[in-house]
Design a protein around this ligand. Structure first.
Ligand SMILES: Nc1ncnc2c1ncn2[C@@H]1O[C@H](COP(=O)(O)OP(=O)(O)O)[C@@H](O)[C@H]1O
Ligand SMILES: [Mg+2]
Length: 252
């Protein structure tokens, strides 16, 4: 067995607010993600999903525990994070948005242009290179965000409910696109969702968190072949099973 790509060990996070109250967001979380695996994390609102991704991305520090990526403590820049809201620069074109991370890394202009073009193609935005974010549909904007994150070749891609604001049809199409990209790029991905259908469609494994403070409730494998059929009995059964897990948490 090869080393897991990501190891999260006994992770806890307590926020201290301005007035001094403590908010326990995560409590003693342990799990791992394998190389090239697509792990979905689901859990009720406020259970600490965004907190967990921020900790894995190294942009916030845990109160206890540790996170290893490729056997080394995480730090900013090691895992790319894609947010719920599109975080594109409105004054930059599609191509220049995708180049942003490469510029930070001082990749020479010609090479960065080549890489960015390649990712434009990967996410299917050829012909839109010179458009500005306001000229794009919501789904296209999120494709730019994905291309920008992938362009710097991060070992792990973290996605925080990236399709939450899309209409159902666009969301389904984006899920298919994401799977295509994932298969082509062979990336390790952690995808946060509060949508059970989305998690069952995408994931190799689903990790369900409890209500706040988030603890690991279950980790379950989704042993369904891709492309998955949402209307098939095994899919529906899996979705019901995961829904039950979530509903238990909403009731508590
Ligand atoms: N910077 C912060 N300071 C204080 N509390 C916070 C902060 N960020 C998040 N929280 C609290 O931590 C809990 C988990 O938040 P979050 O990780 O955003 O949950 P989720 O993404 O699952 O909805 C919530 O109760 C939230 O209010
Ligand atoms: Mg969140």
């Amino acid at each position: 067995m090869s080393q897991p790509k990501v190891v999260v060990e006994n992770l806890s996070k307590t926020y201290i607010t301005k007035d001094g109250t403590q908010v326990e967001a995560l409590e003693n979380i342990t799990f791992h993600v394998n190389e090239q695996e697509l792990l979905c994390i689901i859990g009720p609102n406020g259970c600490g999903k965004t907190t967990l991704l921020r900790l894995i991305a190294g942009i916030d520090t845990p109160t206890r525990g540790r996170i290893l990526i490729d056997n080394q403590e995480t730090k900013p820049g090691r895992a790319a994070l894609i947010f719920q809201e599109f975080s594109l620069f409105p004054w930059r074109t599609v191509l220049d948005n995708i180049k942003f991370g490469l510029e930070i890394l001082n990749v020479p202009t010609q090479e960065s242009h080549k890489i960015a073009q390649n990712y434009v193609k990967l996410v299917g935005l050829e012909g839109f290179e010179q458009k500005f974010p306001h000229e794009l549909s919501e789904g296209m904007k999120q494709k730019v965000a994905i291309a920008r994150a992938l362009a710097v070749n991060p070992p792990v891609l973290l996605l925080d409910e990236p399709f939450a604001f899309l209409d159902a049809q666009t969301r389904n199409r984006m899920q298919e696109e994401l799977l295509r990209i994932w298969e082509q790029e062979k990336k390790t991905m952690i995808f946060v969702s509060h949508n059970v259908d989305e998690a069952v469609y995408l994931a190799d494994r689903i990790l369900a968190l409890t209500a706040r403070p988030g603890k690991v409730k279950t980790v379950c494998e989704v042993a369904l072949r891709r492309p998955r059929q949402r209307t098939s009995q095994p899919f529906i059964r899996k979705r019901e099973e995961m829904l039950k897990t979530l509903i238990e948490e909403l009731d508590t």
